[in-house]
Design a protein around this ligand. Structure first.
Ligand code: NAD
Ligand code: UDP
Length: 317
């Protein structure tokens, strides 16, 4: 049991989403007061329904593009649609969510002197020319393409975090999150792991974009949440940016084959056009996270996929 003095008041924006709901659950289990703020664009109350009974959990419907006045000790800023289909649905709102959302949450952190963590992304590296990606790589990002609302919005948010740090001495933490998967991903959000599992379970064709030779590294959600919490609790002079992801690298074709094998599906693989600016390779260098946070992911893709499959069997099959 935590006492009044050791229990922190923690705001999680985007807390009803995939990652946010797991984070809220963990923070609550650690004995903190958790305030979840979400506009339910891609998140759902179902993701946090099991937490609502707790007197230490609060939910507010709020859009981070508007200011928020609450008293908290820490802020995890996760609000932002993460799947290409959703962030491209209303690209202007996506940029606003990242940029205005960052300004509002940084303003809140400044007023209440809270520590604040930004959920940034491997997308800040764009289609990377450096492989694996290290934090000192500045990236290769198209500023005017269909992914730019997300990529440039997140890059601008990082800029704002570092300017608030330099200008106002805010205690900031920036996590560059690589592709993460697990239970509570939206079954229709278009991300590759959820798409392939749902297609495999339904016996529908598995849709590979391009030839399936592009690579990604997939981190299981529990590992990622552990990394975020370690980062928030790291010494004040460590701001990041720090890569959080699983360095295991797979082609999208390999992923499709694994999911077909693990679901025992009869689905065929079909090849569809590759979307514009789709990164050709992605793999985090996690030496910094290992050294400073003593963090390495524990769940391999072979161990994590069955857990995600079990979830989608319940909700989508
Ligand atoms: P998600 O879409 O499941 O969750 C995002 C949440 O933010 C949703 O609950 C959504 O309703 C909420 N939201 C969106 N716009 C909002 C707004 N204007 N105001 C308030 N709430 C808003 O996505 P996720 O995978 O859980 O991603 C969470 C965060 O992590 C995002 O910032 C994303 O960019 C980042 N991230 C995720 C991944 C990944 O692989 N999952 C990778 C890199 C970065
Ligand atoms: N992808 C695919 N089929 C799908 C969904 C995605 O081949 O049904 C590919 C996509 O083109 C990309 C990779 O899988 O190369 C990862 O896509 P996702 O949308 O999950 O994330 P991101 O591109 O942001 O890493």
């Amino acid at each position: 049991m935590r006492t009044y003095s050791t229990r922190k008041r923690i705001l999680v924006t985007g807390g009803a989403g995939f990652l946010g709901s797991h984070l809220c659950e963990r923070l609550l289990a650690e004995g903190h007061d958790v305030l979840c703020a979400d506009n339910f664009f891609t998140g759902t109350k179902d993701n946090i329904a099991h937490l609502l009974h707790s007197p230490h959990f609060e939910l507010i419907r709020h859009d981070v593009t508007f200011p928020l006045f609450v008293e908290v000790d820490e802020i995890y800023n996760l609000a932002c649609p993460a799947s290409p289909i959703h962030y491209q649905h209303d690209p202007v709102q996506t940029t606003k969510t990242s940029v205005h959302g960052a300004i509002n949450m940084l303003g809140l952190a400044k007023r209440v002197k809270a520590r604040i963590l930004q959920a940034s992304t491997s997308e800040v590296y764009g289609d990377p020319a450096v492989h694996p990606q290290t934090e000192d790589y500045w990236g290769n990002v198209n500023p005017i393409g269909i992914r730019s609302c997300y990529d440039e919005g997140k890059r601008c948010a990082e800029t704002l975090f570092f300017d608030y740090h330099r200008q106002h001495k805010l205690r900031i933490k920036v996590a560059r999150i690589f592709n993460t998967y697990g239970p509570r991903m939206h079954p229709n959000d278009g991300r590759v792991v959820s798409n392939f599992i749902v297609q495999a379970l339904k016996g529908e064709p598995i849709t590979i974009y391009g030839e399936g030779q592009q690579t990604r590294s997939f981190c299981y959600v529990d590992d990622l949440v552990d990394g975020l919490i370690r980062l928030m609790n790291s010494p004040d002079d460590f701001t990041g940016p720090v890569n959080l992801g699983n360095p295991g690298e797979f082609t999208i074709l390999e992923l499709a084959q694994k999911i077909i094998a693990k679901t025992g599906s009869k689905s065929e693989i079909v090849f569809q056009p590759l979307p514009a600016d789709d990164p050709t390779q992605r793999k985090p260098d996690i030496a910094l996270a290992k050294r400073i946070l003593d963090w390495i992911p524990k769940v391999t893709l072979d161990d994590g996929l069955p857990r995600a499959i079990a979830y989608f069997r319940d909700v989508a099959a």
